[in-house]
Design a protein around this ligand. Structure first.
Ligand code: ZN
Length: 200
């Protein structure tokens, strides 16, 4: 399974069979609960061999407590690509999308156009640690909020406009210094950054 952005497990406790809501791709049921899988990017059955092949294509997973962080740091640090593009390369590390790459680079003060091999080991270590913290927070929140509660008027149960709960992503101005946000096209998608807080 690849949950992607919208994939979700819905758990209904008890032995009663709940109605199918929307498009359910898989249902697991026992006497204690029913678990429905909805909206995954992929849900398919394969062999152990297929599984090994998929895992081989993917870099370390920041959400995996046993992930080999030094392998990811090594790969980022050897890349001749801009770090903003490297972060989206799932062979280097997996799980980072367009929002998190912009936000993690901002928090670390790294310009997205700097090359991977131009970054120091210390910068790459901080970048990895930041990505780990942000993704874990995202799982906990079940949505992407990268700014602290001091920047949000109210969080619980409220929906956010795009750019409301981020430092630079989809914002007109930097949340920290109010400089107009710029974008640079990296890996085919616009990467948001603050030209003041993130210098080359
Ligand atoms: Zn700024």
């Amino acid at each position: 399974m690849h949950l992607g952005l919208f994939g979700k497990f819905r758990v209904a406790k008890g032995s009663k069979t709940p109605d199918v809501v929307g498009l359910v791709r898989m249902r697991m049921q026992s006497s204690r609960a029913t678990i429905d899988l909805a909206g995954p990017t992929d849900c398919s059955i394969g062999t152990l061999d297929d599984r090994a092949k998929i895992l081989k294509r993917l870099g370390p997973d920041p959400l995996d407590k046993k992930a080999d962080s030094q392998l990811a740091i090594d790969r980022m640090g050897k890349s001749k690509q801009a770090i903003g593009a490297v972060l989206l390369d799932q062979k280097v590390l997996c799980g980072v999308g367009n929002v998190y790459r912009a936000e993690a680079l901002f928090v670390c003060g790294i310009h997205p156009s700097r090359l991977g091999l131009a970054l120091s080991h210390a910068e790459l270590q901080i970048l990895w640690d930041t990505v780990v913290a942000m993704l874990r927070q995202g799982v906990q929140d079940n949505r992407i909020i990268t700014v602290g509660p001091e920047h949000l008027s109210q969080t619980k149960g409220r929906r956010f406009r795009r750019g409301e709960a981020t430092f630079v992503y989809h914002r007109d101005r930097c949340l920290r210094c109010a400089t107009p946000i710029q974008t640079v096209e990296l890996a085919g998608r616009p990467c948001y950054f603050c030209p003041t807080c993130q210098q080359r």
